[in-house]
Design a protein around this ligand. Structure first.
Ligand code: MLT
Length: 300
């Protein structure tokens, strides 16, 4: 009998892959063989004695103590690609939110409640304050050319955008090959100084922390719009706020709200909804459970 501790609820179709005759699923610590986790918990606890594997239903593993796991020989699985479509679709929505002042416009329209027959007239009079640019013919820089970055790039092409790409783990030459003709691979600095939009899709590691900092904001094109559905720590908040104040950044869309980012006109904060679709949750749950089960049962 294997004991699995489920730190966060995962989709039932994943749990159904753990038959009750071989698996006991618990929500509290019982010296488990395996832990299933999503993004809501930082794994800060003492790693249980019997623990052999941790499966993260999602891509980011920044909530898991990888070094400690490696020292103990505990295998960590994640589910790259399983929620890429969910995240990619929210990136496209974010690009439009960053451009078209949709959120502000929607909030304002609600304030007209109670104005009766005047509403259509007030709409026509007030709407010019919510004007924003089209995406067509604008340049977007995709930082991180993994599953999500490449999908985003392809969709941006169909929106009529010019796509430049950079990946901290792939040379510019290799990136050209990887992305065929869709993405013009370049250096990070060239991308930042020429693009109207940036979207970031790299994992949060010691090397990628604060990828966008003061030095990088200083070379960005004025009025840039930045989308970050990857991780908050990739951008230095203090330097971002300064870049908003001095007009470098026209809009920042983040899926990782933090107190200092709220209540600012130029920041759109989404409550970590990138992978919040039933399809993504099911894909992640199935992939995470399959990996853990195979490893516990076969050692592979
Ligand atoms: C991921 O890391 O896969 C996404 O941020 C979604 C999630 O954390 O569930």
């Amino acid at each position: 009998m294997y004991k699995i501790q489920m730190l966060n609820k995962i989709a039932n179709c994943g749990l159904e892959l753990l038959p009750a005759e071989n698996y006991e699923i618990c929500n509290e610590e019982v010296n488990p063989d395996g832990i299933l986790v999503r993004s809501a918990n930082m794994l800060e606890m003492e790693l249980p004695k019997n623990l052999k594997a941790i499966a993260r239903a999602g891509a980011g593993v920044n909530n898991i103590p990888i070094e400690k796991c490696t020292e103990r020989g505990i295998v960590v699985f994640n589910t790259p690609g399983a929620n890429s479509t969910g995240v990619k679709e929210l990136v496209i929505a974010s690009l439009l939110l960053a451009s078209r002042k949709i959120t502000k416009g929607i909030e304002w329209a609600q304030t007209l409640k109670g104005k009766g027959d005047e509403v259509p007239k007030l709409v026509e009079k007030g709407k010019s304050q919510f004007e924003g640019p089209e995406l067509m013919n604008k340049k977007i820089g995709v930082i991180g050319l993994g599953a999500i970055g490449v999908m985003v790039a392809n969709d941006c092409i169909s929106l009529g955008m010019e796509v430049m790409g950079y990946d901290p783990y792939i040379s510019v030459k290799a990136a050209w090959g990887l992305s065929s003709s869709v993405i013009r691979a370049t250096s990070l600095d060239h991308l930042l100084s020429t693009c109207d939009y940036i979207t970031i899709h790299v994992p949060l590691t010691n090397e990628t922390k604060n990828t966008l900092n003061k030095e990088k904001f200083e070379i960005m094109k004025k009025g840039i719009r930045i989308i970050n559905l990857a991780r908050g720590g990739l951008i230095c908040n203090k330097d971002l706020l300064e870049a908003i104040d001095n007009g470098t950044v026209a809009c920042y869309v983040t899926d990782f709200p933090e107190d200092e980012l709220l209540g600012i006109d130029e920041i759109i904060a989404i409550p970590h909804l990138g992978a919040s679709t039933p399809e993504s949750e099911e894909n992640c749950a199935v992939m995470a459970v399959n990996q853990m089960r195979d490893y516990l049962e076969t050692g592979m």
